[in-house]
Write a protein that binds this ligand. Structure first.
Ligand code: AMP
Ligand code: ZN
Length: 117
């Protein structure tokens, strides 16, 4: 996706599109999924646009480490840490990705099954 193209999650990061933001810093934003599939369903995105997980490179290691630490912090704040939770990154068509801006799902408040559907 080129810089001129519309991206839903870039719009959320720039606050051009409304969302319920739970956390924000210079690199990351966390907001509630608009169509939650669990009692807790938060999305963590890098502010920097990346289409999907395959666009991660060596220089993004610290960024993604911070995203994982943020998932832990949100899990504690939202009280899904004790019972456990699920982190999901869907990648491309067969992974079920529908928004082409890299994001991590933080889901909790119910049981999750394995293998996933
Ligand atoms: P994925 O299928 O992994 O690409 O996940 C995309 C997620 O974005 C889905 O869970 C959608 O419910 C969610 N979503 C789509 N539009 C919005 C929006 N405007 N605000 C918050 N979440 C959204
Ligand atoms: Zn984007």
């Amino acid at each position: 996706m080129g810089p001129g193209n519309h991206c839903l999650f870039c719009g959320i990061a720039k606050k051009e599109i409304p969302s319920t933001i739970l956390y924000e810093d210079s690199e990351l934003v966390a907001f509630n999924d608009v169509s939650p599939k669990a009692p807790v369903h938060v999305l963590i995105i890098p502010k920097k646009h990346m289409d999907d997980h395959l666009e991660l490179h060596e220089q993004d290691c610290a960024l993604m480490g911070k995203a994982h630490l943020l998932a832990n912090r949100l899990a504690k704040d939202l009280k899904i840490d004790r019972d456990g939770f699920r982190l999901v990154v869907n990648c491309r068509q067969r992974g079920g990705q529908t928004v082409n801006h890299l994001h991590m799902h933080v889901m909790g408040g119910r049981d999750f099954h394995w293998p996933p559907g």
